[in-house]
Design a protein around this ligand. Structure first.
Ligand SMILES: *Cc1c(COP(=O)(O)O)cnc(C)c1O
Length: 456
């Protein structure tokens, strides 16, 4: 069997530099540092080309929910690839894996969800969202309802529509974004606010930015609101408890579609099947990806609630949208197995009742470190805020790169944490053991100690 070449670490690094353009990367910077070459992984650990063992505190990119080295997922892919490696679902065709997965996913979702549209990624799912909500209002003879309201610092992907829905200024500055008809309101980031309001009041006030924006634009122009239940890439921003119920009230009152982007929060990350369940909201559409296959193969989709599905189906006419790999059989087979394991191993309950509370308690103690202004975690997604002054929550100067320094210490000490500015984030595999949770927190503390020394 032909395998990938055996090369030394530095050969890989040289070839990487010569030929490979990485996502979200400054290549001049990379040329100085050189890539860390990851060669294998097992459980919650990754190993680099030097054999160094690193606890993967980010579950890859928020996706390897069941951990690495799961033969059941590999076998599911292999079985399906031998039987039917590819066929499409265009032209009145379908195949068992995509049909079966649709049944499995809609059974897990809230009752009003009975249909799935497949994509290859979270970004494509959000492109589908833009087209589908506009199609919905067209079919209801309200074509002027075009605008989708999103939030600053949101992350909804990197395609033209995904990046437009995202609320990241640096992304918008490249490529002339956002595309027309997408606007952004304030994010519910209490730690970053001036604390003149209580957390509850702040949650309500921030949610009401949606109402103000709807009134400003005209309710008859607004198609949908989209939000991650907990903003992930933006820094694990957990909204106050008052926020989502108020968003729900506003969407209901003005009749606009509610979209919860479940790409990270879906399939157990927050100790419920979906982030919407955690916050008790009733969305009309739920894009998903990442954890659905535990990252073993790429798959995304949109859970389409009855309100939208009924219109799309009953009003008829072709929805001119879809991807070559929509419902890819091998990806669907892996998703079916991944969700089966999630259920049979009680992973969602484990995150809610066992490893979630266990890690949350220990993670929360990071706030005792002199550099930490807040430490928060829901399910197994958490953050802490590095500050120059704990009382005033004053930050270090941006050009000091304190978050990056902390990240680098963390990784070289054997823990993948990610830095979003000076907010450090983790989202480990959901199979994390208690001992591994202890290790994660110890290593985070150590990274903070080293950072403190280095910036003196
Ligand atoms: C990662 C992410 C996306 C984009 O998913 P890709 O598979 O990278 O295209 C969309 N929404 C959220 C909330 C994400 O975290």
């Amino acid at each position: 069997m032909a395998a990938i070449e055996k090369r030394t670490r530095s050969e890989w690094q040289d070839l990487d530099q010569q030929h490979y353009l990485h996502p979200f990367t400054d290549h001049k910077d990379l040329a100085k540092q050189k890539s860390r070459i990851i060669t294998r992984a097992d459980g919650v650990y990754i190993y680099d080309a030097d054999g160094k063992k690193i606890l993967d505190g980010m579950a890859g990119l928020w996706c390897v929910n069941l951990g690495y080295g799961r033969d059941e997922l590999v076998d599911a892919a292999e079985r399906q690839m031998r039987e039917l490696p590819y066929y499409n679902s265009f032209f009145q065709c379908a195949h068992p894996p995509s049909i079966e997965l649709s049944k499995v996913i809609t059974d897990l979702a809230p009752d009003n969800f009975n249909h799935v549209f497949y994509t290859g990624s979270g970004s494509e799912s959000n492109d589908t969202i833009v087209r589908m909500v506009r199609r919905y209002w067209d079919l209801l003879d309200q074509p002027e309802r075009q605008i989708i309201i999103s939030r600053q610092n949101a992350y909804h992907g990197s395609t033209m529509a995904g990046a437009s829905l995202s609320g990241m200024k640096a992304m918008h500055a490249q490529g002339g974004l956002p595309i027309p008809g997408i606007v952004h309101i304030e994010q519910p980031y209490y730690f970053g606010s001036d604390h003149s309001l209580s957390e509850e009041e702040f949650g309500l006030q921030t949610a009401r930015k949606l109402e103000q924006k709807i009134q400003e634009l005209g309710a008859d122009k607004v198609a949908a609101f989209i939000g991650e239940p907990i903003q992930g890439a933006g820094g694990v921003i957990v909204p106050p408890a008052s926020y989502w119920p108020e968003i729900q009230r506003i969407c209901d009152e003005y009749g606009i579609l509610l979209v919860t982007d479940e790409v990270i929060t879906g399939f157990g990350r927050v100790g419920e099947w979906f982030g919407a369940d955690y916050f008790g909201v009733k969305p009309d559409l739920m894009p998903f990806a990442k954890g659905v296959t535990s990252g073993y193969l790429p798959l995304g989709g949109v859970l389409v609630g009855d309100r939208v599905a009924d219109v799309i189906i009953d009003k008829g006419g072709e929805f001119f949208h879809g991807y070559t790999y929509s419902g890819h059989p091998a990806c669907c087979a892996v998703a079916i197995e991944s969700l089966r394991l999630t259920k049979s191993e009680g992973i969602v309950e484990r995150v809610r009742d066992d490893i979630g509370p266990y890690l949350q308690e220990r993670w929360g103690k990071l706030v005792d470190h002199p550099l930490v202004g807040e430490a928060r975690m829901v399910g197994l997604m958490g953050a802490f805020e590095i500050v120059a002054n704990k009382k005033s929550r004053e930050r270090f100067a941006e050009d000091k790169g304190v978050g990056t320094t902390c990240r680098n210490f963390s990784v070289s000490n054997g823990l993948v944490m990610r830095a979003v500015g000076d907010t450090m984030i983790v989202a480990p595999p959901l199979v994390l053991s208690h001992a591994e949770a202890d290790e994660l927190v110890e290593k985070a503390w150590k990274a903070l100690d080293l950072t403190q020394k280095a910036i003196k």
